[in-house]
Design a protein around this ligand. Structure first.
Ligand SMILES: [Zn+2]
Length: 283
């Protein structure tokens, strides 16, 4: 049973923010999809087992026949490991390397439902496959001066432990999870130009919100559904999906090293932390 929530009467600002990271809002006009069919949930056949990446020696790569790293002139390839980036803006100005993409496919079963008809991967700003890879790069690059309140792992490693993969599908709402413990992201969300930057002040959203959505849905895999009404959490202490979404933004605002985020990005993260807090009935 997917954990979903449906809430329609929200203030405009909240709606704008939640367009992208609430696991639930049918805020874009979509045709609700039929229930997922078993065949749709099948991953591509496994490929060779990787041994060259120490952090995940036993995982199996999921070959993606469309994986052909193309670069646009505006985006530079990087040879800098994600964990060493000076700023998220610098990171996102570069394309993921083939090695990085392979790492993500080893760490996660990333499945782009062919029924959605997504364009092939390309390193351009509105490519939905790129948005997923950039989100994972950013998660890998985010580090904090205090442990996250709900895990002793890094954000990226926590995600690896919480879910087995990420599915992009034409679904009315994003949700957790399919029968293979993969979070399901509404594919329509991922073609937005705002996701090409960590935070786009003009739209008020950015890739930080896609990561917020991923964090939210992945938490459902660990802790279950919402506990206040259909879509809110009862308390912050229970550290539910909204609680960890709140702390993700709060830690980004207050516990990342100088320079990793711009002041504007920190302010946005703090505002988004407050928005998530607003979904907790007794914070
Ligand atoms: Zn939720």
């Amino acid at each position: 049973m997917p954990w979903g929530h449906r809430r329609f009467s929200l203030p405009l600002l909240t709606i704008l923010l939640l367009i992208n990271f609430a696991c639930n809002l049918p805020s874009l006009t979509v045709t609700p999809s039929d229930s997922p069919r078993a065949a749709d949930l099948t991953s591509p056949p496994s490929g060779s087992t990787r041994t060259s990446i120490p952090s995940s020696p036993t995982r199996t790569a999921h070959p993606n026949p469309t994986l052909a790293v193309e670069r646009t002139p505006a985006l530079k390839p990087t040879s800098i490991p994600p964990t060493l980036v000076g700023s998220l803006d610098d990171l996102l100005a570069t394309c993921p390397t083939a090695d990085e993409i392979e790492r993500f496919q080893i760490d996660f079963d990333i499945f782009f439902d062919p029924e959605v008809g997504l364009p092939p991967y390309a390193c351009d700003d509105t490519n939905p496959r790129l948005a997923i890879y950039q989100a994972l790069r950013a998660m890998s690059a985010l580090y904090f001066d205090q442990p996250l309140p709900w895990t002793s792992y890094s954000l990226y490693d926590w995600l690896r432990g919480a879910v087995s993969g990420i599915v992009l599908r034409a679904t009315e709402i994003s949700y957790c999870c399919d029968d293979q413990n993969r979070i399901v992201i509404k594919s329509e969300l991922l073609s937005q130009p705002s996701y090409s930057s960590w935070y786009d002040a003009q739209s008020g959203i950015g890739l930080m919100d896609l990561v917020g959505l991923i964090v939210h849905e992945a938490r459902h895999a660990e802790i279950g559904g919402h506990t206040c009404g259909n879509s809110d959490d009862a308390t912050l202490e229970e550290m539910g999906a909204w609680g960890v979404q709140h702390y993700y933004f709060l830690w980004m605002a207050e516990h990342t090293p100088p320079g990793l985020l711009t002041p504007t990005q920190r302010e946005a993260a703090m505002a988004h932390a407050e928005t998530a807090l607003g979904r907790i009935c007794n914070p």
